[in-house]
Ligand binder design. Structure first.
Ligand code: OAD
Length: 250
């Protein structure tokens, strides 16, 4: 259920329609309406049901590579069956409209599901990698296809080391290019939209604050309050699928 004054939505839409440079940060919440569970929901969140230190660290992988590979294979299946929802579609449309009027548009995501690409978004910065890709443990050789028969995890075709998902695990650095692109867009935007993230995992959590300090208007879309709420000039309480289509210029 949406709980905000309609004029906040109108104000957000007007600000977005005039922006010269838009940066958007998305988190797991934008994919919730596509049937992909978030991480920190108290009941259904992945981290309520599984221990991240047993599944999402390099140490966990080395201790039990088969278990970690199979857990990601299960998540990959969920992602492969999911379709983008109205929230993803609205952001893809907003990018098309922004580019058409010569505004800069960058979509920064913490999600590894690739659904923004499927929805048609183009300038997407993936901060935490992509679960649809793998890379080898030793040399980070990337691959988008691998053998599903034989050894688990499969081996790298180039160097023979174990394949792992191409996602950022706890304790690992973010891909440098992605972080640079995210920081550039954040510092130079005049509107920053934070959608469906609990804003507790750094460095993504700080991006709205960086944008605000650099003078941008910060708008948050989330059913709940988060640490970003206090820094946002506009807070739209509701789901991504409910609210984002209403932000498109009429
Ligand atoms: P979280 O699970 O921490 O937060 C999801 C947020 O989405 C919460 O604030 C919810 O209130 C909100 N939400 C739920 N349903 C929504 C909906 N339909 N529309 C909009 N918002 C909704 O997920 P993230 O903030 O993305 O990192 O988590 C950040 C990182 O922590 C992830 O990228 C992952 C995880 O550990 C790595 O895997 C490296």
């Amino acid at each position: 259920m949406m709980a905000f004054m309609p004029d906040q939505l109108t104000l957000a839409r007007e600000v977005i329609s005039r922006a010269r440079s838009i940066a958007i940060l998305t988190g797991a919440g934008i994919s919730a309406e596509s049937g992909i569970g978030t991480f920190r929901d108290a009941l259904t969140g992945l981290w309520a049901r599984f221990k991240p230190e047993e599944l999402a660290t390099a140490e966990a992988f080395l201790a039990d590579p088969k278990r970690v590979w199979e857990w990601y294979a299960w998540r990959r299946t969920t992602v492969a069956q999911a379709l983008p929802n109205a929230g993803h579609a609205a952001l893809a449309e907003l990018e098309r409209q922004s580019i058409a009027r010569d505004a800069d548009f960058t979509l920064i995501t913490q999600n590894v599901d690739g659904l923004h690409h499927v929805a048609g978004s183009r300038n997407v910065v993936e901060l935490h990698g992509n679960i649809r890709r793998v890379m080898c443990f030793d040399h980070h050789h990337q691959a988008v296809s691998w053998s599903e028969v034989g050894e688990i995890p499969p081996r790298c075709a180039q160097c023979g080391s174990m394949l792992r998902p191409d996602v950022v695990w706890f304790g690992e650095m973010l891909p440098e290019d992605a972080l640079d692109a995210a920081m550039r867009a954040t510092r130079s935007c005049d509107v920053f939209l934070s959608v469906g993230t609990s804003s507790v995992v750094e460095p993504a959590a700080s991006l709205p604050l960086v944008a605000r300090q650099a003078g941008a208007m910060v708008i948050e879309v989330n059913p709940d309050t988060t640490p970003v709420t206090a820094a946002a000039q506009i807070s739209l309480r509701g789901t991504a699928g409910e609210i984002l289509p209403g932000l498109l210029p009429h």
